[in-house]
Design a protein around this ligand. Structure first.
Ligand code: NAP
Ligand code: COA
Length: 265
């Protein structure tokens, strides 16, 4: 068995629509392949039209109903318009995946106020904007899920990327609050915390380009980077009926890194 996709029943998500931010690359792209492969319609929002065009073309070639819109999650009006377009195009929204993020290594003493604000705006504010704009559609769904991609480094603190750690900690807190506030609306709200995932911008930029690959692998209990499919499979689990009683949870898929990771500095 090569892919987590094979353990799920074909057509599992046939009647579902997914709105995902940053689904044109990396982990988000893998989530599109997984949920689309299970029958869901996929609507992707992010900034780069070339990347999004290729993703939608490839998804369509695989038989997935997919579309995209250009939107910067830092702008509430763009998020609101993107959500409205998705609901109009596909008749509703059942699953919101908050995956878009920005990050870079930078000692906090050298981080500019705008550098800090940029990451908080993309990760934390963007996640809130998507949750808020999608809420009426999710409430109408009957199978609603919100899944935000975070990191355990939000809990430990993230030396050299304090901006991203703080933003993700905020997302976790928002997740827990919405899980309670929106439970009566039938909306299940969770996060997934990946460990370092091979073949992604995150790992390339933060660990490979900085020469930290070996040390980072040594900080994972399983002594290897994860696969995009590991995260996509966890998303599919939460979207499936097997996830019907899971809300307000951080699902950690990190090869045991949280118990071995001490510091990135
Ligand atoms: P990635 O390929 O760079 O994905 C980030 C996506 O966010 C991009 O597709 C980008 O698309 C989109 N994005 C960035 N800024 C945006 C904005 N202002 N508005 C709309 N979209 C925006 O990186 P990745 O490594 O797969 O990361 C995906 C998620 O996993 C992130 O939440 C990250 O924090 C999390 N994560 C990753 C790892 C890892 O090992 N890679 C580990 C833990 C957590 P555009 O350029 O088209 O805007
Ligand atoms: N070190 C220190 N500061 C940095 C930086 C770095 N490596 N990269 C950007 N910044 C600062 C900039 O200097 C700027 O601050 P300033 O105005 O005080 O100079 C601020 O951050 C915004 O940078 P800018 O390049 O204008 O932002 P952008 O909106 O074009 O891009 C980023 C956003 C910086 C997050 C960019 O890396 C990005 O688009 N990332 C998306 C992909 C990604 O990071 N994926 C990994 C997910 S884990």
């Amino acid at each position: 068995m090569d892919s987590a996709l094979e353990i799920f029943q074909p057509g599992l998500l046939d009647d579902r629509t997914v709105f995902i931010t940053g689904g044109g690359s990396g982990i988000g792209r893998g989530i599109c392949d997984m949920l689309g492969g299970l029958g869901a319609k996929i609507f992707i929002a992010s900034r780069n039209p070339e990347k999004l065009g290729v993703a939608v073309e490839e998804l369509s070639a695989d038989g997935v109903t997919a579309d995209f819109i250009i939107a910067d999650v830092r702008d509430y009006e763009q998020v609101e318009a993107a959500i409205a377009r998705c609901a109009e195009r596909f008749g509703g929204i059942d699953i919101l995946i908050n995956n878009a993020a920005g990050n870079f290594n930078c000692p906090t003493a050298e981080l500019s106020p705008n550098g800090w604000k940029t990451v908080i705006d993309i990760d934390l504010n963007g996640t809130f904007y998507c949750c808020k704009a999608a809420y009426p559609h999710l409430k109408a769904s009957g199978h609603a899920r919100i899944i935000s991609i975070t990191t355990t480094l939000a809990r430990s603190g993230w030396p050299q990327a304090a901006h991203a750690g703080a933003a993700k900690a905020g997302i976790q807190s928002l997740t827990n609050a919405l899980a309670v506030e929106w439970a009566p609306d039938g909306i299940l709200v969770n996060s997934i915390s990946p460990g370092p995932i091979a073949g992604t911008v995150g790992v390339d930029k933060l660990y490979i380009e900085t020469g930290q690959e070996e040390v980072m692998i040594s900080r994972v209990a399983l002594r290897r980077f994860g696969k995009i499919d590991d995260i996509a499979g966890a998303v599919a689990f939460l979207c499936s009926p097997a996830g019907n009683y899971v809300t307000g949870t951080e699902l950690v898929v990190d090869g045991g890194r949280q118990w071995t990771f001490a510091s990135a500095s």
